[in-house]
Design a binder for this molecule. Structure first.
Ligand code: SAH
Ligand code: SF4
Length: 443
């Protein structure tokens, strides 16, 4: 019997990467244990959680705007609890600044202590609470999700990052890299599969270096092989791969895997060796291209995606041209493109020769134009061919049609009955835009 307590509603918003989404799910689950039911309805929520991102200034500004908007809801309903968690709160010195700016917030939590959220919720009955641990306590991190019935799920395999790319705040707010125990990961996936999950995405800032801290020795290739053989699981994805750690052996394992999807997200970030060095990416353009060549050799149908930053400090027109030529050479199915954003506390923030905003904007637009054409060409090549699609639900843009993804992670829209949701179907592609494939069921 539902009690009055169980009728309370929680709305959780996640900004930023898949890790943030996964953390947001954990927070929703923990609030569920306190009787909060997940909802999308901000106006009638009893608890609003925002899991934040600080990887770029634009994300921070968007989140600050959202937190400001919540003041109105708090004025209407003083019982409403507002909780802000994640990377933005974890930045050194950020908490005091944020608390002053948003006194209507009830709970502040960093990235390392979200698993203590139940206690923070309890304490917030009495007073406003703020807790940001400087370092993680490992045993608390690996809280599996008991979420039921989701077709697709994210599963953390490692936390933090050791790479210290000079532009990036992630190692500063998520700590050093630590791998979860393989048996915990496998157990979590087994439990998800039992509740109807058919696709998992293994998450880490650098999945390729998974296991470097484990005893007995066990690496990402070992993990992929083990996850691939979990009965009832149809698809395995993973991100993000760091080019410096993508070995031939690993590509071989991906190529041989039955359920391992032929999609590799391999951020290049830039095409110029000078910029790559200043970014501390620890590979050259030539090495990156050798990884691409190896992928194409072993997995000819692989869909490769990337992240690219324009306007890194010191990037000349020539450097930028090299990013454009790299993109032409690789032919990515999709690219996530960003203007460099100065993050305080990172090495690049101290670098001279910051690129003016108008130049960054122009380069970004040039890059987007090129990639849009490349994405379109990539999808047009798929016309006339048939692909396996995992049906996810009605298409947002065309609700009378279904949508799903290929193993290469391309989005497909096609007519079909709703009973197909959650199944694998074969779709022949008939038309394409830069972002979407359109087709028909073949059986
Ligand atoms: N661990 C992943 C993702 C890190 S954050 C990786 O190594 O690829 C996701 C992306 O945000 C990065 O790949 C990078 O392209 C971008 N990014 C990170 N810091 C940035 C900054 N300061 N300005 C602009 N883009 C940034
Ligand atoms: Fe940031 Fe580089 Fe680590 Fe990715 S690998 S999280 S870009 S420091």
């Amino acid at each position: 019997m539902p009690t009055a307590k169980s009728e309370k509603k929680v709305v959780t918003l996640a900004y930023g990467c898949q890790m943030s989404e996964r953390d947001a799910d954990t927070l929703t689950e923990i609030s569920g244990q306190k009787g909060y039911i997940p909802s999308q309805d901000l106006e009638h929520a009893d608890l609003i959680i925002i899991n934040t991102c600080c990887v770029r200034e634009s994300a921070e500004n968007k989140i600050l705007g959202k937190i400001g908007e919540l003041k109105r809801l708090k004025a209407i309903n003083p019982q409403l609890k507002i909780a802000i968690s994640g990377c933005m709160v974890q930045q050194p010195g950020a908490l005091e600044r944020l608390r002053k700016r948003a006194p209507h917030v009830d709970i502040w939590a960093g990235t390392h202590n979200i698993h203590e959220f139940q206690r923070l919720l309890d304490e917030s009955d009495e007073r406003k609470v703020a807790e940001v641990w400087e370092k993680p306590k490992e045993t608390l991190e690996s809280v599996p999700l008991a979420e039921k019935g989701k077709l697709k799920a994210f599963v953390n395999i490692s936390y933090g990052c050791d790479n210290f790319c000079t532009y990036c705040i992630v190692p500063h707010v998520r700590g050093r890299e630590r791998s979860r125990q393989p048996q915990d990961i496998i157990e979590e996936i087994n439990a998800l599969v039992k509740t109807g999950c058919r696709e998992v995405t293994l998450l880490g800032q650098n999945v390729n270096s998974y296991g470097h801290d484990l005893q007995p020795p066990y690496d990402f290739a070992d993990l992929l092989k083990n996850v691939d053989s979990i009965p009832g699981l149809w698809r395995v994805r993973f991100m993000t791969s760091h080019p410096k750690d993508l070995s031939d052996k690993l590509i071989e394992v991906i190529a041989a895997g039955q359920h391992l999807c032929e999609h590799i997200h391999l951020p290049c970030q830039a095409g110029s060796n000078d910029i790559l060095l200043r970014m501390n990416r620890k590979y050259t353009r030539e090495y990156y291209l050798s990884r691409i060549a190896e992928i194409k050799k072993q997995i000819p149908q692989a869909s490769i995606t990337t992240d690219i930053i324009v306007g890194f400090p010191g990037e000349t027109e020539e450097d930028f041209e090299q990013t454009l030529t790299l993109i032409r050479q690789v032919t990515y199915s999709q690219a996530f493109t960003f203007m460099y954003s100065k993050r305080s506390g990172t090495a690049a923030a101290q670098m001279e020769e910051q690129v003016p905003l108008d130049i960054k904007k122009r380069r970004l637009q040039q890059l987007i134009n090129l990639q849009n054409a490349q994405s379109l060409a990539w999808r047009q090549k798929m016309i006339g061919h048939t692909y396996e699609v995992l049906v996810e639900g009605p298409s947002k843009a065309n609700p009378d049609r279904l949508t799903g993804r290929t193993r290469g992670n391309e989005l497909v829209v096609f007519p079909g009955e709703s009973r197909l949701i959650g199944t694998l179907v074969q779709v022949i592609i008939q038309d394409a835009s830069s972002w979407t494939l359109y087709g028909e069921l073949t059986e």
